[in-house]
Structures are given as structure tokens and as C-alpha cells.
Write a protein that binds this ligand. Structure first.
Ligand SMILES: [Zn+2]
Length: 211
């Protein structure tokens, strides 16, 4: 499939408002945004942050999210044990919220980012339009990403509410926050216009000569 892109038409597309410009223009005439033909080093940076986020998701799920100390004994629980705990106590709503916010959403966002990166690498132009739709979805979810971290705080306060002795967050909380933050940065670094481009290498060179 062949798409007309700003590059193939010798134009410059504003990534923010979609206004088309001549190549010599450096700032968008419509919204004032600094124009990049493609974000500098978009692929390398996106890969880096996506891999880092994936790596941190592992300790986030293996390490304890919270440690409850009652009567001298430590009781540590991971995210999934927390979810199971709430389901076992028939707190289905809370269990579902924690499961969606701390497992489904982060994994979905990373899966989409991998998919988009692979579309670019394997030049799957026929999937580019679907890719843009998915990109908009994770961009939208990104605005709610702090919900994931909020859920951690919620879990801690819920258990505290139930009258247990001492409670503190485990290593998983930090790993989880880092995974969420790296995913947000990766989404910002990815340039969806790359999915429509024929020649990745030429574009990156253009970028460097422009900056
Ligand atoms: Zn603009």
C-alpha cells in the first residue's frame, strides 16, 4: 500500500494540529509548535523506554506490593495476591478495578507499543491506519495512567481500614511506578507518522540535518 506522506510531497506536517507547511518553516504557523519532520531518534527512544517498562513490570508483579505486619509476622502480597484477596472477600468491584488498572491496562499499553514498533520495522503499511487508532487509544489512556499508582495507595489504605497492624508498600510499588512512567514516555517518543513512511533511514537523516 502506498500512502502520500508529508515527506513524499516535500511538505512538513505539524504533529500537533496537522497543518501542512513548506520544508523551510521551523515553527507551525497554526499552533506555534516546533516542527519536526519526524521526532528525533523516535524509534531508538521508544524501544528503549518500552523495554525498560517491560523489565520493570517483572519485579512489579513478583515483588510484594505491600507488606502487612501483624503480631510480629510479616505478610507480603503481590499485585495478583491482592486481586485474589479482594475477590475471595467478595469485593468484586475493587478486585476488578485493581486487576484492570494494574495488570490489564499496563500490559495492553506495552503490547500496543510493541505492535506499533513492529509495524514500522517490518513496513506493514496496510496495518498503519489500525496502528494510528490504537496509538490514539493508548495516548488517551496515558492521561489516566496515574490511576494505576492511585490504585496502589488505595490497596494500602483498604487493608489499613480493615484494622491490620502495620502496613508499608513493598518493592513492587516503586517498580510499578517506574513501569508506568516509562510507558508514558515511550508513548510520547513514538512518532505515529513513521508507520506510513517508506524509507525510515532517509527520514532520520533529514531530521538530523534539520536540527
Ligand atoms: Zn501545528
Amino acid at each position: 500500500m502506498n500512502y502520500k506522506t508529508d515527506i513524499s510531497e516535500d511538505k512538513l506536517l505539524c504533529h500537533l494540529c496537522g497543518h501542512l507547511h513548506n520544508l523551510t518553516i521551523e515553527e507551525c504557523e497554526q499552533c506555534g509548535e516546533k516542527l519536526y519532520q519526524r521526532y528525533p531518534n523516535s524509534l531508538a527512544l521508544t524501544w528503549g523506554y518500552v523495554l525498560a517498562a517491560t523489565l520493570f513490570l517483572i519485579p512489579a508483579n513478583i515483588l510484594p506490593m505491600m507488606v502487612v505486619t501483624a503480631m510480629g509476622t510479616d505478610d507480603a502480597s503481590t499485585i495478583m495476591q491482592g486481586v485474589i484477596y479482594f475477590f475471595a472477600h467478595e469485593d468484586y468491584g475493587l478486585g476488578a478495578v485493581i486487576f484492570i488498572a494494574s495488570v490489564v491496562v499496563p500490559v495492553f499499553k506495552l503490547a500496543v507499543l510493541y505492535y506499533l514498533l513492529l509495524i514500522v520495522h517490518f513496513k506493514q503499511y496496510n496495518k498503519a491506519l489500525r496502528g494510528v487508532k490504537l496509538f490514539h487509544i493508548i495516548h488517551l489512556i496515558g492521561k489516566w495512567s496515574m490511576l494505576d499508582i492511585f490504585v496502589v495507595a488505595l490497596m494500602v489504605s483498604m487493608v489499613q481500614f480493615q484494622g491490620l497492624a502495620t502496613i508499608h508498600t513493598g518493592g513492587a510499588a516503586i517498580a510499578f511506578c517506574l513501569a508506568v512512567i516509562f510507558t508514558i514516555i515511550a508513548t510520547q517518543k513514538f512518532d505515529p507518522r513513521l508507520m506510513f513512511d517508506k524509507e525510515i533511514i532517509i527520514k532520520e537523516e533529514n531530521n538530523e540535518s534539520r536540527s
